[in-house]
Design a protein around this ligand. Structure first.
Ligand code: TRP
Length: 361
């Protein structure tokens, strides 16, 4: 069986370094591993509209931002397919059929939906489209016959719901859909990178993000004001690593060669952490090291972004080509789905014959 990846992002803002360690970096590795037959990366504009119906301009503006972030992170349109969700209308038809296989109470129990509903404060005014986006996401995944879905931990309930839909569909209509598996980030710190303020989630609305498109100076300013250990007042005080954002970021980003280049006093992060815990290592020193680490990782990304920014029409061309390739794949799945459900009336010779028989004499 071929190995196929599908994953994506809502275009509601530029991507930040939480997206990078949580998924983008991994996608580039998967792309370059040569282990996958096909890789589809989706800019999920239709999903973004489920809670931005009154603000389509935001979604429209951010499609190219996300595409630029993809390309600058190292995704290569010669190796993978980048598509815009709404440009593949087959996805909505699949969604419509899958909706019949899912109960309202099952969606209500989806933990991601539960917490998102709360966060957005919809109260009694939940848009139906938003409520059903887990089903549409199952259409995204199955349309491309994805075997592997590399996403963050918060998407786990979406994957479980998708697997249930696949099982239900296959048991009702016969073996048709491919069951996907989730691929989580390996590094614990990358599962969910906290915001620069130490809050659990990096999010644009909280203003605690470092964006991939930030300059070296902006990155520096953000790191210098980062949350650390509030009880680590004097350099010689023992410091705490847990919940200390600087160290969480170092967990996610630093590699042995960074110590050689910028922080030769320590062989690795463990030694540096030990010093901090003992006391005698100041926050400013740690932050300066983190700035160097981040800028070393982000510099090639910024440079590629500069290049792609010079060719915006070319970026749209990539999206157009990718969407056409994606549509062909989704159309194939939709045809199989219609056949399985026996709603492919005009290609069903047996049905026409059977009905004709019924009315003989
Ligand atoms: N829900 C994902 C997010 O918020 C985006 C997304 C849409 C997605 N369709 C998908 C992710 C299919 C994985 C697979 O970022």
């Amino acid at each position: 069986m071929s190995k196929i990846i599908l994953t994506g992002d809502r275009p509601t803002g530029r991507l930040h370094i939480g997206h990078y360690v949580g998924s983008l970096r991994r996608r580039v590795e998967l792309q370059n591993s040569g282990e996958y037959d096909k890789i589809f990366i989706m800019i999920a504009d239709a999903q973004a509209l489920t809670d931005n119906a009154e603000n389509p301009e935001k979604v429209r503006q951010n499609i190219v931002e996300v595409a630029l972030d993809y390309l600058s992170a190292g995704l290569d349109p010669d190796k993978i397919t980048i598509l815009i969700q709404s440009m593949v209308p087959e996805l909505t038809e699949l969604t419509f059929y899958y909706m019949n296989l899912v109960t309202v109470s099952r969606v209500q129990r989806n933990p991601t939906i539960k917490s998102e509903l709360q966060m957005r404060g919809f109260g009694d005014s939940i848009p139906v489209g938003f409520f059903t986006y887990p089903i549409s996401q199952a259409a995204d995944i199955t349309a491309f016959k994805a075997t592997t879905v590399p996403v963050g931990e918060d998407q786990m309930p979406m994957l479980e719901q998708c697997q249930e839909i696949v099982h239900k569909f296959n048991s009702v209509y016969g073996d048709t859909l491919v069951e996907p598996k989730i691929l989580l980030p390996e590094n614990q710190a990358c599962l969910r990178l906290p915001g620069t303020d130490g809050k659990a989630k990096m999010s644009k609305s909280l203003g605690n993000c470092i964006f991939l498109a930030d300059t070296a100076d902006e990155t520096k300013t953000k790191v210098m004001s980062m949350y650390t250990d509030p009880n680590h007042i004097n350099v010689n005080d023992p410091g705490q690593i847990e919940g200390n954002t600087v160290f969480t970021y170092l967990d996610a980003f630093s590699r042995p060669e960074h110590f050689e280049a910028f922080n030769p006093g320590y062989a690795n992060l463990e030694e540096m952490k030990d010093h901090y815990k003992r006391g005698g290592l100041g926050d400013v020193k740690c932050k300066k090291f983190l700035i160097n680490v981040l800028n070393a990782e982000l510099e090639p990304i910024r440079a590629r972004r500069k290049e792609w920014e010079k060719d915006i029409p070319g970026v749209y061309e990539i999206l157009k080509k990718g969407s056409a390739i994606a549509e062909a794949e989704a159309a194939d799945t939709l045809a199989r789905v219609r056949r399985a459900m026996k709603i492919n009336y005009f290609e069903d010779g047996a049905l026409i014959k059977e009905q004709a028989e019924k009315y003989k004499n």
